[in-house]
Design a binder for this molecule. Structure first.
Ligand SMILES: *Cc1c(COP(=O)(O)O)cnc(C)c1O
Length: 454
């Protein structure tokens, strides 16, 4: 069969409120042309992020009722710990309220002035937590990872030649080596098992712990199964186990491949590091058997981890992205290829050549998608990265629009609708005009900046 149907039926529904184009024009003006400032009830299809926006299963909801809310020694923690260990067999599993809390704890121990932390690409919260300690976050992704038209299989790989060179020159200042699977900031592109193993080998040769930012470990394993030689007959679970077996620890946002709305963890093998991490955890998150989560949240994660490695689910998830990308490509809308795990990216700079980067083509397209179809997306480009520390402005390397796909939330008809909205926009693309910023905060301006049309 050609159609990959959603591998679930729907037991509980959340209504979508329909709006007219005229209403959306007014609503967007009231939100100062910033999609972050829209109310979610005014959005038809919300593709702002895939983080914590997925649907839980009936089994997860029922597991939540069994949550034991004891302060210490809860069996919900034991079930959570066992579920994590089943996939990622680290000695110490430390729950946190989300991924960035795990990062903050890790770098409060490993970071500091003069330290340097290499990664394929640091996600923005990882970079923020590294830099907050005075350390430097260094991105060493392969060159293909920066080219939206390159069709390589593993565009999230670390450039091993540059990593080796970097370690030769800086090993004394490097507290750990990281890799992010999939490479979120690089479009959700996967990292191969061979690259993960080679990165671990380099880290260990220099006697450094190798830490995986594992937010999308199941999507990464699915790509490995599809694309890496020799992996086709293996189960997702086996590939995931091999992935984490190379590492000395991990940080995790369960809001992604934990299939829950909140949660995360830090895992470590080293006893001394874990001791320090738990002391910090007690100050900032909570006791080590709940770490900023309710017992019921730990239960939902434990169940989610058994569901996320299901191949039918992963096939449906990745196929949805591929399907949208194939159809947009046929419409002549420039998209980043090949499809990543969690989102579809539009190359707005290429689609709107008449809108200069400093007139924010990505934000322009995000606004047009909302007005034409009620679709909420986010710009990843000059609005997000263009402002320099000295207050001047420079075009970002790319002006993209991200359509992040929540897990198990939307169906094929929603995907078809998204494509239809693009069909309509393709007819008016020449008339789209850029934007200017009328008000912005000093940092992270994309969340709250106010825009006006040129
Ligand atoms: C989301 C994410 C984080 C941060 O996790 P939160 O749960 O949002 O704090 C870290 N790294 C990557 C790769 C992510 O996608």
């Amino acid at each position: 069969m050609k159609t990959i149907i959603e591998p679930f039926r729907i037991k509980s529904v959340e209504p979508i409120r329909f709006t007219t184009r005229e209403e959306r024009e007014t609503l967007l003006d009231q939100a100062h042309l910033n999609t972050f400032l829209l109310r979610s009830e005014d959005v038809l299809i919300d593709l702002l992020t895939d983080s914590g926006t997925g649907a839980m299963s009936a089994r997860q909801w029922s597991a939540m009722l069994r949550g034991d809310e004891s302060y210490a020694g809860s069996p919900s923690f034991e079930r959570f710990e066992a579920a994590v260990r089943n996939l990622a067999n680290f000695k110490h599993i430390i729950p946190t309220h989300q991924g960035r809390a795990a990062e903050a704890i890790l770098f409060s121990i490993l970071g500091g002035e003069g330290k340097k932390i290499p990664n394929n690409t640091h996600f923005d919260t990882t970079r923020g937590n590294v830099e907050n300690t005075g350390a430097e976050a260094v991105d060493l992704v392969v060159a293909e990872g920066l080219d939206p038209n390159d069709l390589s299989d593993f565009k999230g790989n670390i450039d091993l030649v540059r990593l080796e060179q970097f370690m030769r020159d800086n090993a004394a200042d490097v507290p750990c080596v990281m890799t992010t699977i999939t490479n979120n900031a690089g479009g959700g592109q996967p990292v191969s098992l061979a690259n993960i193993r080679a990165t671990a080998e380099i880290a260990h040769r220099y006697d450094k712990p190798f830490i995986i930012d594992g937010c999308r470990f199941a999507e990464n394993a699915y790509f490995i199964k599809q694309r890496e030689a020799g992996q086709q007959d293996r189960s997702i679970t086996d590939i995931v186990r091999d992935t984490f077996a190379c590492a000395d620890g991990m940080t995790m946002s369960a809001k992604k491949d934990g299939l829950v709305n909140i949660g995360g963890w830090l895992a470590l093998n080293d006893d001394d590091l874990a001791l320090k991490a738990r002391s910090r955890l007690i100050m900032t998150e909570g006791f080590p058997t709940y770490g900023g989560l309710a017992g019921r949240d730990l239960e939902a994660i434990a169940q989610g981890l058994t569901e996320v490695v299901d191949e039918d689910y992963l096939r449906y998830r990745v196929r949805t992205n591929e399907y949208i990308i194939e159809r947009l490509d046929r419409l002549g809308v420039p998209v980043v290829k090949p499809a990543g795990g969690h989102a579809v990216f539009i190359d707005a700079r290429a689609w709107l050549p008449h809108v200069a980067p400093l007139q924010y083509p990505g934000q322009t397209v995000a606004c047009a998608l909302y007005v034409a179809g009620g679709i909420r997306t986010t710009e990843i480009g000059t609005v997000m990265f263009g402002r320099q520390p000295d207050g001047t402005e420079r075009p970002a390397p790319m002006d993209l629009v991200r359509l992040a796909i929540p897990r198990r939330t939307y169906t094929q008809s929603h995907a078809d609708y998204i494509v239809e909205v693009f069909e309509e926009l393709a007819r008016e693309v020449d008339q789209m005009r850029g934007l200017t910023i009328v008000e912005e905060p000093p940092t992270m301006r994309h969340f709250t900046a106010k825009f006006a049309r040129l």
